[in-house]
Design a protein around this ligand. Structure first.
Ligand SMILES: *Cc1c(COP(=O)(O)O)cnc(C)c1O
Length: 416
């Protein structure tokens, strides 16, 4: 769907996301993309059908500029193509993208496309709960062994990358949920580059991307998103994305997606596409709000500890934040002195912020990880994740920060 005349003019991201990847002439002149709900596409000739199948099956490669007929919407459809072309300029260094019907679908499909039985995967912990269950309950019985390394322990991660046999994938989630511990992406990429064959570095960039953290630019191979969060931005849509600088990796991932049938459907593609031009605006506002609120809650008499990247005290964590993050993002965690009863009273007394899991929406959401998102996690894993009984995680939205701060302050008084 991309209009080749645009590709010869490099442009800045906010312009590219609005002008690349969609040609109104292919949608009867419509200024915004139409929705193509067809499950199947009419071929221009039997030869074109044969050619499309050869390319879909990986037996032939499309020539530059070749117009390949669409086949069937489980493989590909116009709204997925438009969305994929428009999302690429948002991710620094990306050349190709694949969209999925959830973040978990993107993570699962990327791993299963690029690893096989007998391979090893090294991953940072804490990891998103679903991803961790996928490794333990599916990949390990399937014969893909996982090795966990604590987030932020760069030397341990390098050691695991150097020593794990048959290492195929390194999966980093940074910053970690919910205490925002950061892992050095560049250091992991450099360790991976010293190994032959070189393992692939995947980064779950959901918390800070695409606005504030650019892993492909510092050596990562594949970026994974739960687009349910900031990319979608309104808590009304499940979706996922994989991006890479090497289109061949995305081709392999799409080939598995065609088998699994987890491509994002046309209507959802259209909705997510309409959210792309504002993702940086939304993330900028939410991040500024979060920084102002976090810095004003420091030293509050009912708070034991507050987690926010501009408040890091550890020198190594400060170094990583400065090296790989443009801004600190919109997640704050606070550990209440009164433990779980105080955390519950805090949640009960909020008037503006809502008590819900998930994050990245324009509205502020607050949850108590220990009793919800982390309720099936062992005591040891809770300790690694930094989840205490008084911890609440806050996903700051784009409301006026002063109203949010007042809301938190009155709820803290009630909780204390
Ligand atoms: C939410 C989330 C996921 C899973 O995404 P879904 O869209 O819910 O499938 C994966 N990784 C991170 C960091 C997340 O926050």
């Amino acid at each position: 769907m991309s209009d080749p005349k645009h590709d010869t003019h490099p442009m800045r991201t906010p312009t590219a996301v609005l002008t690349r990847g969609f040609d109104p002439a292919l949608s009867v002149g419509s200024a915004r993309p139409a929705v193509f709900r067809s499950s199947t596409y009419v071929f221009s000739s039997p030869e074109a059908a044969e050619r499309a199948f050869a390319i879909q099956g990986g037996r032939a490669h499309a020539a530059a500029g070749e117009k390949v007929d669409l086949i069937y919407s489980r493989f590909n459809h116009p709204n997925a193509e438009i969305l994929e072309d428009q999302i690429v300029p948002l991710e620094t260094g990306a050349q190709s993208a694949a969209v999925f019907n959830s973040g978990m679908a993107a993570i699962m499909t990327a791993i299963l496309a690029l690893a096989r039985t007998g391979d090893h995967i090294v991953y940072t912990v804490p990891l998103y709960g679903g991803t961790q269950h996928f490794i333990h309950e599916f990949l390990e019985p399937f014969g893909i062994q996982g090795t966990a390394v604590r987030a932020g322990q760069g030397d341990r991660l390098v050691e695991a990358i150097e020593q794990t046999p048959s290492l195929r994938i390194i999966l980093i989630e940074t910053p970690a949920n919910p205490t925002l511990v950061m892992t050095d992406i560049r250091q992991a990429a450099e360790a991976a580059a010293r190994r032959h064959p070189r393992p692939l570095l995947m980064v779950d960039n959901t918390f800070l991307g695409p606005a504030f953290q650019h892993p492909l630019a510092i050596g990562a191979d594949v970026i994974l998103y739960s687009a349910t969060k900031y990319l979608g931005g309104f808590s009304d849509l499940l979706s996922g994305v994989a991006l890479a600088s090497d289109p061949e990796l995305i081709r392999k991932i799409k080939s598995r997606r065609g088998l699994f049938g987890n491509i994002l459907q046309p209507d959802e593609c259209w909705i997510l596409d309409s959210r792309l031009p504002t993702v940086r605006l939304r993330m900028n506002r939410a991040s500024k709000n979060a920084q102002r609120i976090a810095e004003r809650l420091v030293g509050h008499r009912h708070i034991r500890r507050i987690y926010y990247p501009t408040l890091f005290e550890d020198a190594e964590q400060i170094r990583i934040r400065i090296a790989q993050c443009d801004y600190s993002g919109a997640i704050i965690s606070i550990d209440l002195k009164g433990g779980k009863p105080a955390a519950f009273e805090f949640l009960r007394h909020l008037r503006l912020a809502r008590n819900a899991v998930s994050l990245g929406g324009v509205e502020t959401l607050v949850c108590h990880p220990q009793s919800t998102t982390h309720s099936s996690v062992s005591a040891e894993e809770l300790e690694i994740a930094g989840v205490t009984d008084g911890l609440v995680r806050i996903s700051i939205g784009i409301e006026d920060w002063r109203d949010l701060l007042e809301d938190f302050e009155q709820a803290l008084e009630a909780a204390g």
